[in-house]
Write a protein that binds this ligand. Structure first.
Ligand SMILES: *[C@@H]1O[C@H](CO)[C@@H](O)[C@H](O)[C@H]1NC(C)=O
Ligand SMILES: *[C@@H]1O[C@H](CO)[C@@H](O)[C@H](O)[C@H]1NC(C)=O
Length: 568
């Protein structure tokens, strides 16, 4: 190196060569990251494939996660690691992919000159607890990084049997996927300051099973203090597909039987755990098909369980009891939905002739099973009620009732739990310090997740996951980038700004209108009007898109489902 002028020129021309981002974390080790280009902005720094736990393999399979140990040398954090091994039953042709060694997180940070600690947003992906990815190819950080205002962390957690199987005792306590997330949140608390992050300013957010997870962290003492705010998108811990497994040991025995372990039904839970640790991971995941009564149902075979109290237990009380009583660490939060959430299950049946006719041949039975009634008495008359309400009394799914089928699943699995959750929250929470804000995402652009559910390009409206298209760049799913001046570019900026503003200040963007802040039990008790607390809605309009504050909500749907589920 001669003069500083030459040095500057060298640095300029060989920037990607010389100035690769590096971070050393005390008591852990050094990492080399990489630069990534933004969507509207120049570039930001990425540290991907950062281990936060010891690989959950061998003796650590079906065990609570263990913190990562310090490493020697420089860890290559320039590439994301493989997904947790999974079979994605949401795709038309599910297949097994990923790796058992998968407990890694990705950190994306703006390139900055000052030393001001940056707020942190931690994203927990969805996928029914059996699938999903933290990969930048699907949960791309570009849009968040364009703001230069937050650090984004995306984390992975164990899925399916490997994430949630349990013997109902200490041998295989279960909830491993949630405990992995919890350990990643602890990692963020301990080490994010080395990346410029503000550990006292962490917002967790997640969608679908990720929303259930975020809600579970709110409810779990084990995660208390690990975050300041939360965003719960299209799902919550009171949803039917999140209901804890009632007999985990029976499920573990069945799993063992499915992979051919002899004496699966007579072994002790300790022997069972040992035997299952010997089985090839791919075989375990592949054998998940054996839990299905038809096609991919039930979708969420593996779920959270209620554990015996112990220092490592994540969940020891039924979430619905916790939600109703308000006994948990409350935080300011934001929650919302899209209109056609139920499309995530309905569309694959609707769009496939074989499946639809199969479904119609078992119509009443399958409707009953899909609805997951929390009781067995009087189910037949409930099914009849539903068929009258959604299918005009015709025991068949046809052209006229396809949207109704989507609606029925939306109402059962999303609308009623959403409403109930908010109502119970405002009745029990300290709203002055921990307000709740609502949104509704109702914008349909050129891409939709419905293409993934069906394999076709029909317009099914705004479906489950479509909001993600405006938060994360997803080149693996939608290979064409939005034009930088398109309506979609504006919609995604509105979404990202709403989320980032909430993460920074505890209030979503565009809520200077005080009406949005006043979600309280008074509004939620007026069930004779079709109203809910006001929400921010992003939707299509003649000018492209519009943002408005609304409070319309179809209470009749909630009442229908309250009546059906209360078994009266
Ligand atoms: C319809 O579903 C069946 C059963 O999952 C599958 O085998 C078949 O390939 C599907 N058809 C199309 C056209 O996707
Ligand atoms: C979080 O970060 C924002 C933006 O830097 C800052 O204004 C705010 O005071 C921080 N909040 C807390 C609780 O530290």
């Amino acid at each position: 190196m001669t003069s500083s002028a030459v040095f500057v020129i060298l640095l300029f021309t060989l920037e990607s060569f010389h100035a690769t981002p590096n971070v050393c974390v005390e008591n852990l080790g050094c990492l080399q990251g990489t630069f990534m280009p933004g969507f509207q902005s120049d570039k930001f720094e990425a540290f991907m494939g950062v281990p936060f736990a010891q690989p959950p393999v061998g003796e650590l399979r079906f065990s609570n996660p263990k913190p990562i140990k310090p490493w020697e040398g420089i860890l290559d954090a320039t590439k994301a690691r493989p997904d947790c091994i999974q079979k994605n039953y949401l795709l038309p042709q599910p297949f097994v992919s990923g790796d058992e060694d998968c407990l890694y997180l990705n950190i994306y940070r703006p390139t900055k000159n000052d030393n001001k600690p940056v707020p942190v947003m931690v994203y927990i992906f969805g996928g029914g607890f059996f699938s999903g990815t933290a990969s930048p190819l699907i949960h791309g950080p570009e849009y968040f990084m364009d703001t230069k205002e937050v650090i984004l962390v995306t984390l992975a957690y164990r899925l399916g049997a490997l994430g949630f199987l349990s013997t109902g005792d200490i041998n295989m306590p279960g909830n491993f996927g949630l405990k992995d997330q919890n350990l990643a949140l602890k990692w963020v608390q301990n080490y994010i300051s080395y990346f410029g992050g503000d550990a006292g300013n962490v917002t967790i957010f997640g969608q679908s099973a990720g929303a259930v997870s975020v809600h579970m962290h709110i409810l779990s003492d084990l995660s208390s203090g690990l975050f300041k705010r939360a965003i719960v998108m299209s799902g919550n811990a009171g949803a039917p597909y999140a209901t804890p497994i009632s007999n985990p040991l029976a499920q573990a025995r069945k799993q063992a039987e499915l992979v051919g372990i002899p004496d699966a039904n007579s072994m002790s839970s300790e022997e069972l755990t040992k035997a299952l640790r010997e089985i090839d991971a791919t075989k375990i995941i592949e054998s998940g098909d054996g839990f299905k009564y038809w096609h991919v149902d039930p979708l969420t075979t593996f779920r959270p369980v209620i554990e015996e109290p112990s220092p490592d237990a994540f969940l020891t009380v039924d979430p619905s009891e916790l939600i109703a009583s308000g006994r948990y660490t409350q935080v300011p939060w934001m929650t919302g939905m899209v209109p056609n959430e139920g499309a995530v299950r309905a569309l694959s049946i609707i769009s496939n002739e074989t499946l639809r006719s199969d479904f119609n041949n078992n119509f009443d039975d399958f409707i009953g099973k899909l609805m997951e009634f929390p009781f067995t008495e009087g189910v037949d008359s409930k099914i009849n009620d539903l068929i009258n309400h959604y299918f005009y009394g015709i025991h068949e799914l046809n052209e006229k009732t396809t949207q109704n089928f989507v609606d029925m699943i939306t109402d059962r699995a999303f609308v009623q739990p959403f409403y109930k959750n908010i109502k119970q929250y405002v009745e029990t929470a300290d709203l002055k310090n921990n307000p709740v804000f609502l949104y509704r995402f109702n914008y349909r652009g050129p891409f939709s997740y419905s293409t993934l559910y069906t394999g076709n390009f029909n317009n099914y409206g705004v479906v489950h996951c479509d909001d993600l298209i405006y938060l994360f760049r997803s080149p693996l799913l939608f290979s064409v980038d939005f034009d930088k001046n398109s309506v979609e570019a504006k919609v995604l900026k509105e979404m990202v700004d709403t989320f980032v503003s909430f993460a920074k200040t505890g209030r979503p963007k565009g809520t200077s209108d005080s009406s949005l802040a006043e979600c309280n039990s008074q509004v939620m008790s007026k069930t004779d009007d079709n109203k809910i607390c006001s929400y921010k809605e992003i939707k299509n309009s003649i000018n492209g898109f519009s943002v408005k504050i609304d409070n319309y909500f179809d209470i009749a749907k909630v009442k229908l489902w309250d009546r059906i589920l209360n078994n009266n």
